[in-house]
Write a new protein. Structure first.
Length: 229
């Protein structure tokens, strides 16, 4: 999983970064709320760990702005304050969960593992719309001028693209997200990513979508609005 840690305490930031990187997570760091917003607008994250009290913009302000952009990444708030009002304020701003300082590193890692399992297994009925394109995730149905049914991994990949519209997604990120359950299988490797990107390109064209996927094999891919539609 790709994780953003936003924390202005340098020692805490180093501890979290070291621990999460050692566990195999891809970690980016932000030292204030504005940096967190800027990174969230640019990069796709599975989870954001966000301190409430930060300079430039507070964690609450950053979370609210991130949610207003349509970003649906899982957000865990960190706070040194244990009052119920602070927890409620964080959740109302758009956070999904919270940890009160001082917290156990083991507890944070356990929550991240639980989050990874939900990412792997959740089957949602969400309907996503970007441009003229609608994806019914539960029904695996892609619609624009026409309608077409997608295979399971096509739907999962397109959902990831649509949730990260305009962001560059690496071949490795796409592979880890779509083939997470099979990535240790010797018969499955990241070469499948370009094959499925090719399938999606064909199906977006078939339904008359005003979206296209740009990028080359083994590189980064990005879902963009097609300029010629």
């Amino acid at each position: 999983m790709k994780i953003l840690i936003a924390e202005d305490e340098e020692q805490m930031l180093r501890v979290l970064s070291t621990a999460l990187t050692r566990e195999g997570y891809d970690v980016d760091l932000a030292h204030n709320g504005q940096e967190a917003v800027d990174l969230a607008m640019k990069n796709p994250y599975d989870v954001m760990v966000m301190d409430i009290m930060m300079p430039v913009k507070t964690g609450l302000e950053a979370v609210a702005e991130i949610r207003q952009s349509g970003n649906q990444s899982h957000i865990i708030m960190l706070t040194a304050m244990s009052e119920v009002d602070d927890r409620v304020t964080g959740l109302d701003a758009g956070a999904d969960d919270y940890l009160t300082k001082p917290f156990s590193l083991k507890e944070l890692l356990a929550r991240l593992r639980s989050m990874a399992r939900r990412v792997d297994t959740t089957f949602t009925s969400n309907v996503l719309t970007v441009g003229t394109v609608t994806l019914n995730v539960g029904e695996q149905e892609l619609a624009s001028k026409n309608t077409i049914r997608l295979a399971g991994k096509e739907s999962k990949m397109l959902e990831f693209f649509m949730l990260n519209m305009g962001k560059k997604l690496s071949t490795e990120q796409l592979f880890n997200h779509v083939w997470s359950a099979e990535k240790n299988d010797g018969d499955t490797d990241s070469g499948y990513v370009f094959i499925y990107v090719s399938y999606l390109r064909q199906k977006l064209k078939a339904v008359g979508a005003n979206l296209s996927i740009i990028g080359d094999q083994n590189g980064d891919f990005e879902l963009v609005e097609a300029s010629d539609n």
